[in-house]
Design a protein around this ligand. Sequence first.
Ligand SMILES: N[C@@H](CCC(=O)N[C@@H](CS)C(=O)NCC(=O)O)C(=O)O
Length: 171
Amino acid sequence: MLTFYYPTNTCALASHVALEEAGAAYETRWIDFGAAEQTKPEYLKINRKGRVPALATERGVLTETPAILAYIAQTHPEARLAPLDDPFAFAELQSFMSYLCSTVHVAHDPAAHEAMKKKVRQSVGACFDLIERKMLRGPWVMGDAYAVANPYLFTIARWMEVDSASLIRSR
Ligand SMILES: N[C@@H](CCC(=O)N[C@@H](CS)C(=O)NCC(=O)O)C(=O)O
C-alpha cells in the first residue's frame, strides 16, 4: 500500500492525478501548509527536505515529482502512463518533466528566485549539506552501484567554488 503526502493547490496535484489514473492502491495524508506542517519534525521524518509531495512505498519514501511520476508509471504498466519499453521516448518524457521541475517550477515564484540569487552560497551550501549528510548513500550516490547520478553530482558540485567566488566578488 502506498501513502501519499500532499496539501491541496500545490505541485503534489500532478502525482495525485497520476495515482488516480494508474488505479493505484494508496492512502492519503493531508499536510496542512497553514499550520506549516511540512516543517514539523513528524513530517521531516517522511521528507527531510520539508517539501511535498512524498510517496511512501514498501521500500521507502520517494520525493521529487518527476521521480514519483516515473515510479507510478513503471509500477502500473497496465495504465500506459509512460513509454516503458522505449528508452528514447522515456528519456524524452523525463526531459519534459525535468524541465518542469527544475526550471518552470522555480521560475513560478520570482520572489523566491530573487531571494535565492542573493543567498546563493547559503542556499547551495544547505543543499550540499543535505546531500552529504542524508542523501548520499556512499560510496556512490545510490550506494555500491555506480549510476548516472554520479557524473551529474560531480558536475553540479564543481559550481560550488564558482558560486562562492562570485558572491565574494559582488560584496
Ligand atoms: N522539486 C520538488 C519541489 C517540491 C516543492 O517545492 N513543493 C512545494 C509545494 S508546490 C513545497 O513543498 N513547498 C513547501 C514550502 O513552501 O514550505 C518537486 O518537484 O516535487
